[in-house]
Write a protein that binds this ligand. Structure first.
Ligand code: PLP
Length: 424
């Protein structure tokens, strides 16, 4: 029998992200167009966006750059032309003062987080075991199995819940509970948040920046959906960065998840460490996405397409999905939805749900509707802590699918939820 190391054990432990990626792949390749794939973070295929990448690829093939891209190893720090274009774009749009020394490229945002978490937290030479602190749980399930030292790396804070109307709520950071400790290596969150679609407000972010900077602890913002690109935000958000912050970005949500391209924006000392980790783990990042994007970053096309097409597309899908809920769920069950402020998901909460969200997920799956059970997203809040039924009462729904599949999938969810309440 294969003997796993401790690290091997941590990295292969089955977590929510394994189910999610398997479900995603199965649904995509099943050939069954009737399956409702309301799970996963795959971006929608938006023809105007795909067309950009087709054109760019055609040009790379025509001008011979393609041969160099696939035939040579790239620089471990990323493509200088892409980094120059990105720095110029971010400085212009966000008023920052970045130089190329503030940027590293990784094999996807996922790898950026993996690298940063394990670089900063875990067992340290001074004997301390440092942690990544999530100021608001739930957060992105993909972080869950990234720790090379197991669950001790992550600690999360239970949020406040603010009801906005009878069916809409918003999580807020509970600053009374938020304690940055001597062993806190970094404070981290996704914004907009996967899974909830929450956008932590500029005021909350301002307070976090103050607290982390006072404590001398970096603030990591996973900006996979945020401004200025792809800017899948439905409320005004000010992009934020300073020397105490680490911003991660990704090309995935502008329709290029297959190119595995992540971006880290941080002070040079952190960037140098990330580049060393990239070199050690994979020699260099993938260069295709960078090459596809550079011309459209330089001439403003990408920003325009995001503003005119991509953001409105996701806003439209969010509004459509939200518009279905009152009719499907009615008034007889206590359904609630997190205010949809960005990203690609609705986060539904069924207070007092008589079955767990895992059971609900399985019942929906057996009827061809894939959702994400919510408990996985609370990975940083230990189950053995304060009991909190809420963590088993939520599911995540992706709204990237067609309106027809969204309607069909949400009807199955509503039906199963209604059955669960009526049999209790
Ligand atoms: N961070 C968040 C919040 C995400 O939702 C995702 C993917 O869905 C990732 C990181 C990983 O992105 P990438 O495809 O760039 O690895």
């Amino acid at each position: 029998m294969m003997q796993l190391s401790e690290i091997g054990g941590h990295l292969t432990a089955r977590t929510g992200i394994d189910d999610l990626m398997e479900d995603l792949f199965k649904a995509l390749h099943s050939g069954d167009a009737g399956l409702c794939q309301l799970n996963g973070g795959s971006p929608a295929v938006i023809p105007e966006v795909t067309e950009l990448w087709r054109r760019s690829m055609g040009e790379l093939v025509r001008n011979g750059k393609f041969d160099v891209l696939v035939g040579h190893y790239a620089h471990p720090g990323g493509d200088p032309a892409f980094i120059r274009a990105l720095v110029c774009f971010l400085n212009e749009r966000c008023g920052w003062n970045l130089t190329p020394e503030n940027v590293a490229i990784t094999q996807g945002g996922q790898m950026a987080c993996f690298t940063l978490f394990n670089m900063l937290a875990g067992p340290c030479p001074d004997g301390a075991v440092r942690e990544i602190l999530f100021p608001l749980c739930p957060d992105y399930v993909g972080y869950q199995s990234q720790s090379l030292c197991g669950g001790v790396m992550f600690r999360g804070i239970r949020p406040g819940i603010r009801m906005l109307d009878g069916h809409t709520f918003k999580y807020v950071i509970d600053f009374d509970r938020l304690d940055i400790r001597p062993e806190t290596a970094a404070v981290c969150m996704s914004r907009p948040t996967n899974p909830t679609g929450n956008v932590v407000t500029d005021e909350e972010l301002g307070l976090l920046r103050e607290m982390t900077s006072r404590a001398g602890v970096p603030l990591m913002i996973d900006n996979a959906y945020g401004p200025p690109l792809p800017n899948i935000c439905f409320v005004p958000v000010t992009p934020a960065w300073d020397e105490n912050m680490i911003l991660t970005m990704s090309l995935s949500k502008i329709g290029l998840p297959g190119t595995r391209t992540g971006i880290v924006i941080a002070r040079p000392e952190i960037i140098r460490a990330v580049v060393s980790m990239v070199t050690t783990s994979s020699l260099c990042p993938n260069n295709l996405g960078q090459a596809l994007v550079t011309p459209y970053l330089e001439d403003g096309t990408l920003e325009r397409v995001c503003r005119e097409t991509l953001t409105p597309f996701y806003r439209g899908r969010a509004e459509f999905a939200l518009s279905l809920l009152p009719k499907l769920f009615g008034e007889s069950i206590p359904w609630r939805v997190h205010k949809s402020e960005g990203a690609m998901f609705l986060w539904l909460w069924f207070e007092g749900l008589p079955i767990t969200c895992q059971e609900l997920y399985e019942r929906c799956k057996s009827r061809g509707c894939f959702v994400n059970p919510g408990h996985h997203f609370f990975f940083a809040l230990p189950e053995e802590g304060e009991p909190w039924p809420h963590r088993h009462e939520c599911i995540r729904i992706s709204f990237t699918q067609t309106e027809e599949l969204l309607r069909k999938g949400l009807s199955i969810v509503a039906d199963e939820v209604r059955k669960a309440y009526s049999r209790s």
